[in-house]
Design a protein around this ligand. Structure first.
Ligand code: PGA
Length: 263
């Protein structure tokens, strides 16, 4: 049975002064057996969130929102995978806001993913199409190309053992209040596993957790988790509201129980 994951992407919100409190409150409101919870604060808040969770609820993992593709060097302002050791155990790679704002390519994202794996960080690889691509009927082609660009040439067994999770985030749904339908997201989850299979991932493809992301709330989470092919959510805006996270993780807990993961 595939793992059920709810990951919070705080984006460029919170400061070291208030992040610990938000992490503690979120952790306390989201205790659901069988659900893997991850909080991804901005880099400067990783230590505060880690310290808060170490005492409040060590079951909640800490993730970074990005990582550099080199280990060290003259890259002013950047953060490498070894620097995250001890501060994070997960990392988001390929978020559409970085593809858009930092011009990240699939190849670069693949190298970042490789650095995450080497450093023992669990990668969340984000993929998703733009609105015009969906309207042109190209959504699946785009996502396949992104997966291929980031994963071709990587060792499936090693990457799978690192705990890779894929997040399908249609770009037009991120931060817009306009979410995909459960059926469309489920169809894309199936297409993602088929692409992995085509890349030679075999059994690992069938076992790959695929999350949905894009305007997820406590109100619409059921639309996604009612679909057996969807294994959780990557939550942006709503992840800053503990009430919202409580509702989202409670619904994920139902899925975890139905899958026999709740112990
Ligand atoms: P959103 O963001 O939930 O605010 O749409 C999701 C994401 O960017 O991961």
């Amino acid at each position: 049975m595939r793992e059920v994951v709810v990951a919070a992407n705080w984006k460029m919100h919170t400061t070291p002064a208030d992040a610990g409190d938000l992490a503690r409150t979120t952790a306390a409101r989201t205790r659901e057996p069988g659900v893997t919870r991850v909080i991804c604060p901005p880099y400067p808040c990783l230590a505060a969130v880690g310290a808060a969770l170490a005492t409040a609820d060590p079951d909640v993992a800490v993730g970074a929102q990005n990582v550099h593709d080199e280990l060290a060097g003259a890259y002013t302002g950047e953060i490498s995978a070894p620097m995250l050791a001890g501060l994070a155990t997960w990392v988001i790679v390929g978020h559409s806001e970085r593809r858009r704002d930092a011009g990240e390519t699939d190849e670069l994202i693949g190298r970042k993913l490789g650095r995450a794996v080497e450093a023992g960080l669990r990668p969340i690889l984000c993929v998703g199409e733009q609105l015009d691509e969906r309207e042109a009927g190209l959504a699946t082609d785009v996502v396949e190309r992104q997966l291929h660009g980031a994963l071709a040439g990587r060792d499936p067994a090693e990457t799978n053992a690192a705990g890779l999770v894929i997040a399908y985030e249609p770009v037009w749904a991120i931060g817009t209040g306009r979410n995909a339908t459960g059926a469309d997201a489920a169809a894309m989850s199936d297409a993602i596993r088929s692409s992995l299979d085509a890349l030679g991932w075999g059994d690992f493809a069938a076992g790959m957790p695929v999350l949905y992301g894009g305007s997820v709330t406590s109100t619409n989470i059921d639309t996604f988790l009612a679909e057996p092919s969807i294994d959780g959510a990557l939550v942006g805006g709503a992840s800053l509201k503990p009430d919202e996270m409580a509702g989202i993780v409670a619904r994920a807990g139902m899925t975890a129980r139905a899958r026999g993961l709740a112990g």
